[in-house]
Design a protein around this ligand. Structure first.
Ligand code: B12
Length: 305
């Protein structure tokens, strides 16, 4: 999208700059903020004029940190808010990652997560997951090195942690909050999905016992007994095999203590099409997920019941 051709109305500009509409009118009338007139005689401000004006006046707006990609982030953010595929964001992120401009990832996550709390799972499934899938592809094709892959995934992980501190600093847990264990399965070092789960759960006031990478199933059992959590969430990566899932499920079932009941959520790419053995679920409630959107729905149903 050419920023010269993308036109904003005065109220939109006022909202972006967090100023009164009368100030925009004044700036337009004095010529400080250049305008164009539509065929119908309405005043419009091009993105370029808006950005130059805000830069020279040092008036920041939510998209200021993204510099030359500010318009693409703005458009992607609008798509996200309307629950459309955030194609502009996906494209922009790819550009940043391929150019090693990783400093934009954390501010982007902070921006979208902060304003779309009702929709975390949509962001994780539609922004984080495809972006990192692309990184995996680049690594497979030899387009990036292992250390590039590590740097990029670190940046995403840190973005989630930073967002958690900014967004959740005001969350107060109730006197007796529900508790959940969040962990990667045995042999799984891919812990980014666990950071996503933590945000989804904490937003709902659920206290998270975060166990991170490579957690043996025996440790899950011990931790659930120790912390008496009502929920256990385990993340699997494409690296895990179906037999890993089956074994963990069987071990958890066999060690389930009905006096310490809990719900179980298994998730990750290898869970696609996998169902727990029929009539063998002792758990309070159980779900398997290959994405976060269904998990969030399941969680809200379980949480409200
Ligand atoms: C980043 C990354 C790493 C990082 C992880 C860093 C970290 N702190 O997490 C590092 C460098 C450590 C790493 C290591 C390895 N990796 Co790696 N890695 C990736 C990469 C690029 C992205 C993974 C990621 O974070 N995705 C983003 C998250 C959000 O996606 P996700 O975990 O799938 O979660 C989503 C859903 O699955 C679901 N979900 C996941 N868990 C859960 C849980 C619940 C409860 C719910 C509801 C939902 C849910 O929701 C999420 C949002 O949509 C992938 C590429 C890919 N295609 O996935 C390769 C990939 C997974 N890795 C791969 C490999 C081979 C490895 C290594 C073996 C490399 C090596 N030789 O050492 C090791 C594995 C070590 C181990 N024992 O696990 C392969 C696996 C292929 C295979 N089928 O075996 C992949 C696919 C790359 C490839 N194309 O070959 N990796």
């Amino acid at each position: 999208m050419n920023p010269d051709q993308y036109l904003l109305t005065s109220p939109k500009v006022a909202k972006l700059l967090n100023v009164h509409e009368s100030s925009i009118k004044r700036w337009c009338n004095s010529g400080e903020l250049p305008t164009q007139t539509t065929e119908g005689g309405h005043r419009r401000i091009s993105w370029t004029a808006f950005q130059e004006f805000s830069d020279t006046r040092e008036l920041s707006h939510p998209y200021t940190p993204f510099k030359k990609e500010a318009l693409m982030v703005y458009l992607g953010h609008q798509q996200l808010l309307k629950k459309n595929q955030p194609l502009s964001l996906q494209e922009t992120i790819q550009t940043w990652m391929s150019r090693n401009e990783l400093c934009y990832i954390a501010p982007l996550l902070l921006l979208v997560l902060n304003e779309t709390k009702w929709n975390y799972s949509y962001i994780f499934d539609n922004i984080l997951f495809p972006s990192l899938k692309q990184v995996g592809q680049w690594w497979l094709n030899g387009k990036i090195t292992t250390s590039d892959e590590h740097r990029i995934s670190q940046e995403w992980q840190q973005g989630l942690i930073i967002s958690r501190f900014h967004i959740h600093k005001n969350i107060e847990f109730s006197h007796k909050p529900l508790k959940a264990i969040v962990a990667c399965s045995e042999e799984n070092t891919h812990e980014i999905a666990c950071h996503c789960l933590r945000l989804i759960l904490e937003y709902r006031g659920i206290e998270v016992i975060f166990l991170g990478a490579r957690v043996p199933t025996s440790d899950l059992i011990k931790a659930q007994l120790h912390y008496r959590t009502e929920l256990v969430c385990v993340s699997y990566s494409p690296y895990n095999k179906v037999k890993d899932i089956e074994l963990a499920h069987e071990t958890l079932s066999n060690n389930y203590d009905p006096f310490r009941p809990y719900a179980l959520a298994f998730g990750g790419v290898p869970l696609k099409g996998w169902n727990p053995p029929k009539n063998k679920s002792p758990f309070l409630h159980e779900g398997t997920f290959s994405d976060m959107i269904f998990f969030e729905k399941w969680l809200d149903e379980w949480h409200s019941s």
